[in-house]
Write a new protein. Sequence first.
Length: 310
Amino acid sequence: MPETLTKRRWGRRVAPRGLVRALALGLALAAAAGCSGPAAAPPGPAPEPAAEPAPLTALHRLPPITGLLFTSHVRSTEAQQRIAVACMAGRGFRYAPVPPPKAPDGADERPRPFGLETPDPPRAGATPPPETPPASGSPESTAAYARALFGEDGKRVTAKGLRLSVSRPGEGCLAEAETRVLGDGRIRWLQVRIMLFEAQEQTRKDVEKDPAFRAATARWRECMDRNRVKAQDPVQVQNALRTAEARRTDPVAAADLRCKAETGYLTTAYGRLAATQQRWLDEHPDIGGDWKKLSARQDEAARTVLGPAA
């Protein structure tokens, strides 16, 4: 059996505060390296994409759990920030959060869990600028400011999935802003996102057992053999090509992309992952139902705070 893509083992622990933002942006699956890299191929033509950009984007949108995780809630975040700024001002402090990043038009930021798809790296979305540390001696550097924004550490609340837990302020202006937008569903929203993230990782593992996916991998491997490359699966190839230059020019990359195109590997892989994710959602209808209900609640609250969308 080839190794599955995800190697992380979260354990049941409290995640750092920054993970909440990461979950809100959606987390891409981590690639696992094989025990050894693929054997080198002889020199060959430059890599060609396994599919054209538009069909690839359509494939990326097939897995429904990933689709939920990558649904934009930028206006909800903007509404929460506006509420928190006003709350802090009412307590005598200036709060200036970093605006939420917005993906550039045409950017496809969803995970690519089946190895290389084009010779060039995916177009990255905007990276939010780091928050500026408060100046020493400023009001923002005081314990009073931290209490106003975050509340007391002992009052934090926690949402848990199967392996991962995330804590958030239980009082203070951030808690007030989240509660204004999500109401009594605030903790449930965090829990739903955690469970969807865990499900995205688990379904990527589970698809390795799918007969159609296994058959597609076998066809890809046979094609690679004909191209004189020994490799277990496309993820092993991707991990062996550690630089962008290697992925653009290495003959192994060319063979990988050519074999994906010839065997229809990516179409099968994304289709079977979509089916596996849909089966998980069907088995957990409360997750999808709560997601829709709480998303609608956020949209309504954001309209109230920000006005109609432009």
